[in-house]
Design a protein around this ligand. Structure first.
Ligand code: DGY
Length: 322
């Protein structure tokens, strides 16, 4: 401890917390269940030199003007859409994030959601559990094949590439759309670059993996959903704002597309009465893309290192500021 205060906005793995405690006085919001209330966050950050944040904390102008001593913001996530990065840059406050360590784990979950949605795994388990399995019958719980199908990956970053790698094991044809072409991925994984429109028209599985930005807001809306095959499945493990949920509900309800696997929502947690949750052809998950024990521990450790580097005035291991 050296007397400088940092705020840790959640209970985090003990290894990461002890790294931080060796370097600073910690205010810890101890709850796992309830995010730190806004007034507590603002109050505790007033004297703080650093904050260890998660995606549930909104770091905006109001927050920044309440935290005049802040030297660093360390987000335990690769996405930073909870942070007004431009405002932090104007103030010279670096924002740390945790790319790389969650790539494979998030790709695993993306593929799990794809498999579960295509083969109605959750619906089938519910049927058995609820005592509604009457008999075997030829077309009961029939779904879509994955092996040999076409996957369209929107956003060919680290996670997109890791998903594509898994798709090769299922002999899938891989299409992708990205801001820039990735010749090395085309070469190593046989992925084909195409326009968003072509990708939507040709894919059996459309996987959204773009960050959440002003440009990607409702990237998948009514028009895009209507370009997709009626047998297609939409998978979103990126950010809820990338998909227009109203349009998605309509498309799933009317059979415009066949199903969806969603780990993220426009509003999180999604309300239990949300129309999407009434549909059997939706597999909903509570934003657990990176949630393996090892990966969440590694994310916390990396975020702790970013935080310490920032309070010591050193370069962060990973920052998002230009
Ligand atoms: C991220 O890192 O951005 C994830 O969504 C949180 O695990």
């Amino acid at each position: 401890m050296n007397g400088e205060k940092v705020v840790v906005s959640r209970q985090i793995p003990p290894q990461a917390l002890s790294v931080i405690k060796q370097q600073a006085d910690v205010f810890l919001w101890e709850s796992e269940e309830v995010p730190i209330p806004r007034d507590v966050l603002l109050r505790e950050c007033r004297e703080a030199v650093g904050i260890f944040a998660t995606l549930t904390e909104r770091i905006d102008e109001e927050f920044l003007s309440n935290a005049p001593n802040l030297k660093v913001i360390s987000n335990m996530a690769v996405g930073v859409d909870n942070i007004d990065v431009a405002a932090t840059t104007r103030r010279g406050i670096p924002v740390g994030h945790t790319p790389g360590v969650l790539t494979e784990t998030t790709a695993d979950l993306t593929f799990a959601l794809l498999l579960a949605s295509a083969r109605r795994v959750v619906e089938g388990a519910d049927l058995v559990r609820q005592g509604n399995w009457k008999t075997w019958s030829p077309m009961m719980m029939t779904g879509q094949d994955i092996f040999g199908a076409t996957i369209g990956i929107i956003g060919m970053g680290r996670i997109g590439e890791a998903v594509a790698k898994r798709a090769t094991g299922f002999s899938m044809r891989i299409l992708y759309h990205n801001r820039t072409r990735r010749p090395e991925v085309e070469q190593s994984l046989g992925a084909t670059y195409c326009s968003l429109e072509e990708l939507l028209k040709q894919s059996d599985f459309v996987v959204v993996l773009t960050p959440s930005t002003a440009e990607t807001h409702h990237l998948i809306g009514k028009k895009e959903l209507h370009l997709m095959k009626s047998t297609a499945v939409l998978i979103n493990t990126s950010r809820g704002s990338n998909v227009d949920e109203k349009a998605l509900y309509g498309a799933l309800q009317d059979g415009v597309i066949w199903g969806a696997g969603l780990d993220v929502f426009e509003q999180e947690p999604i309300g239990a009465d949300h129309p999407l949750l009434s549909l059997e052809n939706v597999v909903p998950l509570p934003h657990i893309g990176s949630a393996s024990i090892a990966t969440r521990t590694n994310m916390a450790l990396l975020a702790a290192k970013n935080l310490i580097a920032g309070i010591q005035g050193e370069k962060l291991l990973h920052t998002v500021n230009p």
